[in-house]
Ligand binder design. Sequence first.
Ligand SMILES: [Zn+2]
Ligand SMILES: [Zn+2]
Length: 293
Amino acid sequence: MENYWHIFVDGYRDYGRYLWSEITQLHGRNYLLWLIGISVVFFALELARPWRKDQPRFRKDFWLDAFYMFFNFFLFSLVIYNAASDVAVTFFNDMLAAVGIRNLVAIEVGSWPVWTQLVALFLIRDFVQWNTHRLLHRVPFLWQFHKVHHSVEQMGFAAHLRYHWMENVVYRSLEYVPLAMIGFGIDDFFIVHIFTLAVGHFNHSNLKVPLGPLKYVFNNPQMHIWHHAKHLPAGRSYGMNYGLTLSLWDYLFGTACIPSDGRDVELGFPGDERFPTSFLGQVRTGFGGKDRP
Ligand SMILES: [Zn+2]
Ligand SMILES: [Zn+2]
């Protein structure tokens, strides 16, 4: 027990040091700089060539979403997540050891060329996340948290990181075992994180970029806006277009749906007019366990 307590305390100390170094040391692999840089690029593109020309430049909830970006990317880990997840991982490994499992690795990719490792990691992670996103829509308990992301009324790049802190827990827990099983030898996923961050911003941006045949591979604003549609087409009551970075999974598994040009489609979910509008109101939602409205 004392061991877990030390891991918990060390988790805070290490993450606190990391966050401080992100703020004070401006080097090329600094997540904070990349988050700001990518956000500025998409904001400038939205100003220059907006898809919805009549949408305000500082759309509804722009600043709320700007805060969510920093909260979900940095602060939540400092508040509790990093220390708690270090304890959970140690506890999980101790439990496995107690039943005789000392190594989760099923495929050893450490000897592969580094680019192959990165592509494998990216594909497996994105597929697990696509499944996790489907669960967020299917399981009533999880949908209560996911509503925060779907409470966006006017779409823009910063809406990407508006989501309930429980989604961090759900996504990272469900991807932990599959990623541990491939035993990747990479200790640096920086480029994968930055790439998925940029594509996530792109999906939510107020931009129209025809991708041609690449739309069957990469998610994009013209597809993801339908994921946020308030009124779903018949037979799609649990949603559609679940892809995060790749649209490929939706096309492969029949969950892709773009009924028409979604530029001005109404966003949200039935009953969203009663949903909390403040950050504090939204982070407290989700524990009532009510069914989908
Ligand atoms: Zn969703
Ligand atoms: Zn979204």
